[in-house]
Design a protein around this ligand. Structure first.
Ligand code: SF4
Length: 447
């Protein structure tokens, strides 16, 4: 079959309005996933544009602290219908996560009304874990990684509505082209690294793996990517050199589920940077248990400035229940070593998981005081569809509410969130409002 060049518009679904979500809106980095899809489609001869409605699609653009406010005046409000009228795509591909499920459905219905012949494809975490929830305005639903499935749809090799992605076809991420940063550079994304040092700019995000070998019960990653796979260390290193030459960037943020999951790759990557004597700086998502003192020293020598670490709890009982496979002792041992070597620690902690008591929360707070992370971000647990904890709360009917996006609020959620975030916090006000609209009674819990 001769391939006819097609036009594909890739978009992120618009983020909810301020005060319309129980979660933070994220830190406004360029969408790597769409970058990968665009690069693969272009490599196969198709024309692609990206519009990031999640970052720039409306009112939130003017309220997001991570958006460079000086740049705002240079950007126009994005009218997606106008963009479609001028680009005239054959397909529109929408990336959807649970937080923007409702806005995605609204937009899809609107697009169907104005452009009934435009083929709509959806993908991303939410369609992957809950394909049955996607409205029939979407002609295709891609499960998991999208590159090969999307190309099959665009080139007419499939007519199935639900299509399974790359993980069933290839384990080799080295075969995929890198995202084209020309699509993002110059737009008012968050190009800085304020969490670590105020003056680090620009910082480029790179995604070098998909999936995670661990199985934390609050996390739904295994349903999105069934196994871990990573880009080779040599290719990552070459990519950094390439970006440094083209954009003058020296600092990188490896933004993925667990950059350090493959210890062999991590060692080899650090060795490459040290051997070549190149002064790159980088931060990444990581666990601490597997990092030996020797490896931590080596990471620092290779330019590691900081780690994003999901500690989640200081209670041995809760950590075990989470199937975290890291202990309180791991944190007590590794944090001083990281700090001693000048590696900063951004940490997340979650309260309100199943069977957690006040004594467990105290253990968490004590541990935070003891290990003194550079940054502490505390959250109250909300159930993400299909994760083990979500299923447990659902089966035991231990929840106050499930909202339109599918988030589950366990018993005591509003009480804990009010105590942790404060009653003026927009997340708390949102949940209070939807509870009131739906006549939901909440359970009081003492911190
Ligand atoms: S929480 Fe992190 S370490 Fe645990 S399974 Fe999810 S991605 Fe892996």
């Amino acid at each position: 079959m001769t391939t006819v060049k097609k036009k594909i518009l890739l978009i992120t679904s618009p983020r909810p309005k301020p005060g319309d979500s129980p979660l933070h809106f994220g830190d406004n980095r360029p969408p790597q996933g769409l970058g990968y899809l665009a690069a693969y489609l272009k490599q196969n001869g198709h024309e692609v544009e990206i519009i990031d409605l999640y970052a720039f699609g409306g009112e939130i653009f003017h309220n997001n602290p991570f958006v460079n406010q000086e740049e705002i005046g240079k950007q126009l409000h994005i009218d997606i219908l106008e963009n479609i009228a001028s680009f005239r795509p054959d397909f529109i591909g929408m990336y959807i996560h649970t937080m923007s499920f409702e806005t995605a459905c609204d937009l899809s219905r609107e697009l169907k009304q104005f452009y009934p012949d435009l083929v709509q494809i959806c993908g991303g975490p939410h369609p992957t874990i809950m394909p049955e929830s996607m409205p029939d305005t979407f002609d295709y639903i891609v499960i998991g990684e999208g590159e090969y499935a999307l190309l099959d749809i665009v080139e007419g090799y499939t007519s199935d509505r639900i299509i399974y992605g790359n993980h069933l076809r290839s384990k080799d991420l080295d075969k995929l082209p890198w995202p084209d940063f020309d699509l993002f550079w110059g737009k008012p994304y968050n190009w800085g690294l304020k969490l670590y040092e105020k003056d680090i700019w620009p910082v480029f995000t790179i995604s070098t793996s998909r999936g995670c070998p661990f199985r934390c019960r609050f996390c739904g990653i295994k349903y999105v990517y069934p196994f871990f796979k990573g880009i080779s260390e040599r290719r990552i290193f070459d990519r950094m050199i390439q970006l440094a030459k083209r954009y003058g960037v020296e600092t990188f943020y490896f933004r993925e589920d667990c950059f350090t999951a493959d210890l062999r790759r991590l060692e080899a990557f650090c060795s490459l940077i040290i051997e070549k004597g190149i002064n790159f700086k980088w931060v990444c998502e990581s666990r601490v248990k597997e990092l030996s003192p020797r490896l931590i020293r080596k990471m620092r020598r290779a330019g590691c400035l900081g780690l994003y670490i999901g500690c989640e709890s200081g209670s041995p009982r809760v950590l075990k229940n989470m199937r975290k496979d890291e202990t309180r002792e791991d944190f007590i041992e590794k944090f001083p070593i990281l700090h001693e070597h000048g590696i900063n620690t951004y940490t997340t902690w979650v309260y309100g998981t199943p069977d957690e008591h006040a004594a467990d929360r105290r253990l968490t707070d004590e541990l935070i005081t003891m290990i003194q992370p550079t940054t502490v971000d505390r959250f109250v647990y909300i159930g993400i569809p299909k994760s083990d904890y979500y299923n447990q709360f659902l089966e035991n009917r231990e929840y106050e509410f499930i909202d339109k996006c599918g988030f589950l609020y366990p018993n005591g959620y509003l009480s804990l969130a009010t105590q942790l975030y404060g009653k003026e916090d927009p997340r708390v006000q949102y949940v209070r409002r939807i509870y009131s609209q739906n006549s939901i009674a909440n359970v009081d819990i003492q911190w």
